[in-house]
Structure formats: C-alpha cells, structure tokens
Design a protein around this ligand. Structure first.
Ligand SMILES: [Zn+2]
Length: 206
C-alpha cells in the first residue's frame, strides 16, 4: 500500500492517508486539522475512504474528523479504551486546547488483534495502552503507524487522565518491538523510524 503524510495543526500532527493503488480504497489515520488539505489528496488520487482510524482520542489528532466523515461516509475506528473519550471535552483535551469534541461517534471499536481489509490488504491492530488507555497501533505491509506511543528516539507523554507510564513502556517492549526489526514506524509526530533503530537507540524504553 502507499502512504501519504500530511503534517497538520499547531502541534504538527502526522495525518496518514494509506491507500491500495489497485482498488483505490483508502484509510485516513488521525485527521488532525485542515480538512481541505486532506481532501485535496483524496480527490487528486481518486480515493474511496473506507475507514478513518484514530490512534487515540486526543484533540490534536481529530480536528478534521467531522468534516471527513460527513464528506466521505468513512467509518470511524477507535480503540475500545478511547471510544468514550472521543466525545468528551475533558478526556479528548478539547477543552484544554480550546476546541469542541467531535460529534462523530465510534463506528468500529478496535480490540487487540482485530483486522480490517483495504482492497486485498489486511490491516491489523495492536492495542498499546499508556499514552491513553485506548491507544492503538496499525500494522500493514512492513509498516506500523504508532500514534503517540513510539516516536523517533522518544515516547509519548504519560501525564494525561488515562495515561500509565509502565503501560506505555510495556506496550512498546512487548508488542511493538516484537515486530520485525525492518518494520517502518510512522509516528503521530515527527519523522519516521524503524523498530530496529528504536530497539537499539530509544533511551526511554527500559
Ligand atoms: Zn496524544
């Protein structure tokens, strides 16, 4: 599958548009902000957006969710532990960052090991609690989209309402580092990395 990355919003959040070239089916990960930019990629490639997948329910990852859903009828997928937070001003940090929580509700609740199809491709989910209790990672081809769990030589903050520092480290060590070393990691903020690079160099995972 092909991946397009857009860096959106004041916190520079990565939005990924992942698509199957043959069928033109696509999923959008973390429609953070600026829907016109997301739409122009969808339209220029002629994509049919089947799913919008949220790595977690924080405000800086969901700013354009309602517009994307009303424009494409994509189904909203979110980890079971974050489904409620999506429409909660406090847990989504929307109150804190001065926005309103989305009106869109979760359509597909993701649990560990669940999978979905995009064209002939299987995309698989891993639950990675820690940054939030319902954080998820998305695995396909030789790639993982890691949300705010694992960054290039860093990890996500764990000072939020449903955060857990031990849990984020265990999620990375036991679940993400279990992926092949050459797996490309596409994080929620910043540049891409690989499982091998992080296993060898990430100072926060112990
Ligand atoms: Zn976050």
């Amino acid at each position: 599958m092909k991946i397009k990355r857009l860096v959106l919003g004041v916190l520079g959040t990565n939005c990924y548009i992942v698509y199957d070239e043959e069928s033109k089916e696509a999923f959008v990960v973390d429609p953070a902000d600026s829907y016109t930019q997301i739409k122009s990629v969808i339209d220029s490639l002629g994509l049919q957006v089947k799913y919008v997948i949220l790595t977690h329910a924080h405000s800086d990852h969901i700013g354009a969710l309602d517009e994307l859903v009303s424009d494409t009828a994509a189904m909203v997928c979110i980890g079971s532990g974050d489904a409620e937070a999506l429409n909660d001003g406090e847990l989504s940090l929307c109150d804190y960052l001065g926005s309103y929580p989305p009106k869109s509700k979760a359509d597909v609740i993701i649990n560990d090991g669940d999978s979905l199809m995009i064209g002939q491709n299987t995309i698989r989910f891993i639950t990675t609690p820690g940054h939030t209790k319902g954080s998820i990672a998305i695995v396909f081809d030789d790639a993982v989209i890691s949300g705010d769990t694992l960054f290039f030589e860093s990890i996500g903050r764990t000072d939020f309402a449903t955060s857990d520092t031990r849990a984020i480290i265990d999620s990375i060590k036991n679940k993400l580092y279990a992926l092949p070393r050459d797996t490309k990691v596409y994080p929620g903020h910043g540049e891409a990395t690989s499982i091998g690079h992080e296993t060898d160099n990430n100072p926060f995972v112990w």
